[in-house]
Design a protein around this ligand. Structure first.
Ligand SMILES: C[S@@+](CC[C@H](N)C(=O)[O-])C[C@H]1O[C@@H](n2cnc3c(N)ncnc32)[C@H](O)[C@@H]1O
Length: 205
């Protein structure tokens, strides 16, 4: 499928999902137990000093707001204007200043080497040519910047295995750790039986 058609269809799909996206416990983070599980994960894996963080495919901005709460200077990008509208409203309601921009994550139009960390939850699996995409993302990181990729292989409904991500990482990324997230029901609002994980990698040069 040609790229502009693929992007148009993805945008239409996610624009339609935006109003109800936060109904899922791990999306809206309305339950304090789920919210605190995500906060703990991010506190443990993001750099301890507040810095610039990019949330790629930020959706309704739940993780963006959580990271702003932790003191980070957050930028969020997403293809869907309806998702970005929700994210802006959420940041405003929480009184955080976050720069949300409508953008294709496959080719982010952002200056290189400016982020201390990049977080991407549940988008990479859906992007074609993931090795090229990961190279572009790693170029946005300062040296020693950190990539946190939260993905899964959701039984029969698609996804990625962690090995597929690790294989696609550019050579500039090292110190790779794969953390299992399936065994943490509080992250998901209940027990899960499929494969969920986070890949951590640092840009070393
Ligand atoms: C499953 S949602 C995840 C949202 C958010 N990361 C979260 O975990 O709550 C996938 C998000 O990726 C966005 N998206 C899909 N294709 C994209 C693309 N090519 N560039 C940027 N965002 C995209 C969608 O609009 C949607 O908000």
């Amino acid at each position: 499928m040609d790229n502009s058609k693929r992007l148009r269809e993805a945008r239409q799909h996610w624009d339609k999902e935006a109003a109800r996206f936060d109904d899922e416990p791990d999306h809206g983070l309305h339950d304090p137990v789920v919210r605190s599980a995500w906060k703990n994960l991010l506190v443990n894996w993001l750099p301890s000093h507040p810095g610039s963080v990019l949330d790629i495919g930020c959706g309704t901005g739940s993780l963006s707001v959580l990271m702003a709460e932790m003191g980070h200077n957050v930028t969020g990008i997403d293809l869907s204007p309806a998702m970005i509208a929700q994210a802006n409203a959420k940041a405003r309601a929480a009184n955080y200043s976050i720069s949300f921009q409508v953008m294709d994550a496959s080719r982010p139009d952002l200056a290189p080497q400016q982020f201390k960390a990049i977080v991407c939850r549940h988008l990479l699996w859906a992007l074609p040519d993931r090795a090229r995409v990961l190279e572009r993302w790693s170029n946005l990181l300062v040296p020693n910047g950190r990539l946190l990729l939260i993905e899964g292989y959701w039984n029969n409904s698609g996804g990625l295995y962690s090995e597929q991500i690790v294989e696609a990482l550019p050579s500039s990324c090292s110190r790779v750790i794969v953390k299992n997230l399936s065994d943490y029901p509080n992250l998901w609002g209940g027990a899960v039986t499929d494969e969920r994980y986070m890949v951590k990698a640092d840009r070393v040069y």
